[in-house]
Design a binder for this molecule. Structure first.
Ligand SMILES: Cc1cc2nc3c(=O)[nH]c(=O)nc-3n(C[C@H](O)[C@H](O)[C@H](O)COP(=O)(O)O)c2cc1C
Length: 388
């Protein structure tokens, strides 16, 4: 069954650079800073440029050279307070947070921002963070058992009074959080994004996520990656939406863009990339079927640590816009983007690439005889209800 939605506009997000070193592990010049002043300005540029979401990263310890990190939920809240329209998605680890405490935190963030708070539930790969904090490091698929319970608790506490849930990891007894999240028409509760690519991740996301994030993929790879989510969602009678990561190199000529990619990879910080490759063996590669995030990533892929070059958003604005709409036709609803020089390139993406995307989207809808509403939001189409 096709999951493509040609009737609503694609959505765009950017990775918040809240860890040091930018989004590529390379010594190439990156005019990107992880500090708050830079990020506040970036968030304002992004919302003016047509970006609807920003995604922060959760990291407690250095890895791949990202030796300084700002905490994700507090940083996201500050960005919400500094913006008017942008929805900020805070990455959170089950296993680090109690879901009740997080549910409450997000409700407060939601009120401060008038309904713009969201979470990205990530099940974790950096074993040292857990072990050195003295926390349990669960076996790979067991992490997703906990994640599923965690998301059900969030949703239950956000939508019900006197909520109870008893499971392997959490016992919630007749709890009411007051106030409830902001009542945004068509949004049952703050949106739940989900990052993870393994078989267990896909099955879990299909059952409980509003949005499934895929690492960078080519067209075939994206289809394969979401097939497991779709299968599981169909059994549960749900319809999650799909986000795809991509590293954008938009330049005046294709040659210039390709040269930039070559320079990024040539100047890769080899020991850091190799250290990262060792650490991520705890992800997809550690499962029974050996599938999942980074399981088949090459050295070049890992230089953008979420496989962002694979999506090939590299070339002129026209080429990039065309590629983006090809992905829309196979089911992408949202592009999660990253750049070398965030402030300049986010603004340029909004000015040069987005208008072409909008034209191509309208055209694709016309050809498929589908009504395209450029102002349509996803409100009302999210799959979640408590317990569903
Ligand atoms: C878009 C996206 C964002 C992620 N953000 C984080 C993060 O901020 N911190 C983190 O530790 N892991 C993050 N992850 C990684 C997940 O926690 C998970 O370990 C990874 O997806 C491997 O999952 P798998 O073994 O099920 O394939 C992210 C994953 C994706 C796809």
């Amino acid at each position: 069954m096709s999951v493509a939605d040609l009737s609503t506009p694609l959505k765009f997000a950017y990775w918040v650079p809240n860890v040091s070193g930018g989004l590529v592990v390379s010594t190439i010049e990156q005019r990107t800073s992880w500090d708050f002043d830079y990020n506040r300005k970036l968030a304002r540029i992004a919302e003016d440029a047509g970006f609807e979401y920003a995604l922060s990263q959760t990291r407690y310890a250095a890895s791949y050279g990202a030796d300084k990190q700002h905490e994700a939920t507090s940083f996201s809240l500050a960005l919400l307070a500094a913006t008017e329209k942008l929805k900020v998605i805070a990455a959170v680890h089950p296993g680090m947070w109690h879901p009740g405490v997080l549910a409450k935190f997000i409700i407060t963030a939601d009120h401060i921002s008038n309904g713009r708070a969201a979470v990205n539930v990530v099940s974790g790969w950096l074993k040292d963070e857990f072990v050195n904090f003295g926390l349990d490091w669960l076996e790979h698929d067991e992490r997703y058992v906990r994640t599923e319970e965690f998301i059900r608790v969030l949703r239950g506490l956000w939508t019900e009074q006197g909520y109870s849930q008893s499971g392997k990891y959490y016992d919630i007894n007749n709890f009411t959080l007051s106030p409830a999240p902001v009542d945004v028409p068509g949004r049952p509760h703050p949106e739940v994004f989900f990052g993870g690519n393994s078989t267990a991740a896909q099955a879990t996301a299909g059952r409980v996520a509003d949005w499934y994030f895929s690492n960078g993929k080519d067209l075939e790879g994206f289809k394969e990656n979401i097939a497991g989510v779709q299968a599981s969602a169909a059994v549960a009678g749900r319809r999650p939406r799909y986000g795809l990561n991509g590293f954008v190199i938009a330049r005046d000529s294709e040659k210039e863009a390709r040269d930039t990619l070559r320079e990024i990879v040539e100047k890769a910080h080899r020991p850091a990339v190799e250290g990262f490759r060792d650490a991520v063996q705890e992800a997809g590669a550690s499962t029974k079927d050996g599938k999942g995030m980074w399981a088949d990533s090459s050295f070049e892929d890992l230089v953008q640590y979420n496989d962002g070059f694979r999506t090939q958003l590299i070339g002129t604005p026209e080429q990039i816009a065309e590629r983006i709409v090809e992905y829309k036709k196979i089911g992408v609803n949202l592009f999660l983007t990253c750049y070398l020089h965030f402030q300049e390139e986010v603004a340029a993406f909004g000015a040069d690439v987005l208008p072409i995307v909008r034209e191509l989207e309208a055209d694709a809808a016309r050809r498929a005889d589908v009504d395209f509403d450029p102002d349509e939001t996803l409100a009302g189409t999210l799959p979640s209800k408590a317990g569903v």
